[in-house]
Design a protein around this ligand. Structure first.
Ligand SMILES: *[C@@H]1O[C@H](CO)[C@@H](O)[C@H](O)[C@H]1NC(C)=O
Ligand SMILES: *[C@@H]1O[C@H](CO)[C@@H](O)[C@H](O)[C@H]1NC(C)=O
Ligand SMILES: *[C@@H]1O[C@H](CO)[C@@H](O)[C@H](O)[C@H]1NC(C)=O
Ligand SMILES: *[C@@H]1O[C@H](CO)[C@@H](O)[C@H](O)[C@H]1NC(C)=O
Ligand SMILES: *[C@@H]1O[C@H](CO)[C@@H](O)[C@H](O)[C@H]1NC(C)=O
Ligand SMILES: *[C@@H]1O[C@H](CO)[C@@H](O)[C@H](O)[C@H]1NC(C)=O
Length: 417
């Protein structure tokens, strides 16, 4: 029962607790009947409750850091809400997977938890390993692990510690010093230093522009020689000790590729369909001649992607088809209605195609093609009015001098009809 008190400490007991209490009561009853002491099983129940924490797996990303530098690990499972006010309602704890030792342990000067994040300062190679972050409140608990690898600060570590960033030939390149947010929060006058192959890129370098107060570096008119290893660094002080935070970036220069602007050739702007029937509207896009395209085509309904607009699957996107006709490349994505309903007549459908250069849109609406049409029903009636109108005009012209008379004549005429 102790476990239950631990979990259900809040004013509202969770269902889990109620259930546990119930089963617990039954259990004790059983024990009493058997004449044994209920207390002997208490430790085991406690461990069940302690273990009752949902493990959400390993975070996909592995953190590579350099020895001697500050390292901050955040709980990967709940980044968004852990940084909000909700974080105060949760208790975040960290432990290392291999040793199971809690953090901070005996080295609390070097490893500590601050606002839920684990700080290691300075990091040592033996800090490498998996860390499990446990987030718990009165009724909920989950954990996730995150892997850290602390490497020696040598050139051999570069391939592991580097972030890949890509710039395009003959354009303005932009590099960004990654994962510094833990150290730049509430800081003004940020001064990130940039290096290329260990040479400082100073302010009056005409090729590069490091924007003060930001983590960015611009490269003017990117050339092939601009590829290679860059590093950026930020000084950081803690309790009077100065540290450097460095990030390595491997820069790749991509060829500028001109690509023709794709053209949506169908559908038509209105599609006729009968309610209750199946309908397929293909979106056909001309991609250009000969070359390989990076275009993607998709549909939206009221500016929402189809999967989200129709979770029930009544309207779906069919399979994408890419083909060539006389060396002209096309791509086709059908929109399938099974069946068409009234709502579709009021929905705004768009076929969208994007490639690296452009975004094209074609809008289409579904109109009802019913056998009964008001136009057809009203046609004879309008003919009658036309004839009447004709007669009236004729009379009016003929008796123009005697206005009052003409009116009565028309009236009589009408009655005759
Ligand atoms: C979090 O858990 C620790 C260890 O169980 C405990 O000492 C601390 O009081 C808890 N904090 C909150 C806010 O619940
Ligand atoms: C934690 O350690 C156990 C045993 O040492 C291992 O089986 C498990 O895969 C580890 N978990 C993670 C997330 O590294
Ligand atoms: C604990 O967290 C869960 C998940 O965010 C939430 O649904 C629940 O209301 C919280 N319980 C308490 C007592 O704060
Ligand atoms: C960019 O550099 C190329 C050679 O790398 C040169 O031909 C071109 O004129 C330069 N463009 C500008 C705008 O400086
Ligand atoms: C930080 O980097 C600067 C520039 O490279 C260097 O002069 C300084 O010694 C470094 N400090 C530490 C503590 O490594
Ligand atoms: C799209 O919007 C129209 C009105 O703006 C609405 O009648 C229709 O139901 C909407 N369709 C979908 C799929 O949400």
């Amino acid at each position: 029962m102790q476990s239950c008190r631990l979990l259900g400490a809040g004013p509202q007991l969770s269902t889990f607790c109620v259930l546990q209490k119930l089963s617990g009561t039954m259990f004790i009853l059983c024990m009493v009947i058997m004449g044994a002491s209920a207390f002997t099983v208490q430790p085991e129940q406690h461990t069940v409750a302690a273990r009752n924490c949902q493990f959400r797996g390993k975070h996909f990303k592995k953190y590579y850091r350099v020895e001697g530098e500050p390292v901050v690990l955040r709980c990967p499972q709940a980044r968004s809400w852990l940084q909000t006010s909700a974080s105060s309602h949760f208790n975040t704890t960290w432990h290392k997977n291999d040793s199971g030792r809690m953090v901070p342990g005996e080295e609390e000067k070097r490893l500590w938890v601050q606002d839920g994040a684990l700080w290691i300062l300075p990091a040592l190679q033996r800090d490498s390993g998996a860390y499990v972050c446990t987030v718990r409140n009165a009724s909920y608990c989950d954990e996730m692990s995150i892997e850290l690898s602390v490497l020696e600060n040598t050139e051999a570590s570069l391939p592991f510690t580097s972030y890949l960033q890509i710039v395009t030939l003959s354009t303005l390149g932009l590099l960004s010093c990654p994962e510094l947010s833990e150290f730049t929060r509430n800081k003004t006058g940020l001064n990130v230093q940039w290096y290329k192959d260990s040479v400082l890129l100073d302010q009056d370098n005409r090729k590069f522009l490091s924007l003060r107060g930001t983590t960015r570096l611009f490269i003017y008119n990117v050339s092939v020689e601009d590829a290679g290893y860059y590093s950026c660094g930020l000084p950081f002080s803690h309790n009077g000790t100065r540290y450097n935070i460095t990030r390595n970036i491997k820069v790749r220069v991509n060829q500028k590729e001109e690509e023709p602007i794709p053209v949506i050739v169908s559908p038509h702007q209105t599609i006729l369909a009968s309610l209750g029937s199946r309908l397929t509207i293909p979106c056909k896009v001309f991609l250009g001649v000969g070359i390989k395209s990076t275009s993607t085509v998709w549909w939206t309904a009221n500016d929402t992607i189809i999967d989200s607009a129709y979770p029930g699957g009544r309207v779906t996107e069919g399979l994408e088809k890419e083909y060539s006709e006389n060396n002209e490349n096309y791509i086709e994505v059908p929109l399938v209605f099974d069946p068409v309903i009234k709502e579709d007549l009021k929905t705004d459908f768009k076929c969208i195609v994007t490639n690296r250069m452009s975004l094209q849109t074609l809008r289409t609406t579904v109109k009802e093609a019913s056998t009964f049409s008001w136009g057809i029903a009203l046609a004879p009636l309008s003919l009658v009015f036309l004839v009447l109108g004709g007669i009236y005009m004729y009379r009016w012209c003929k008796h123009r001098p005697e206005k009052g008379y003409s009116l009565t004549t028309v009236k009589t005429d009408h009655e005759d009809f």
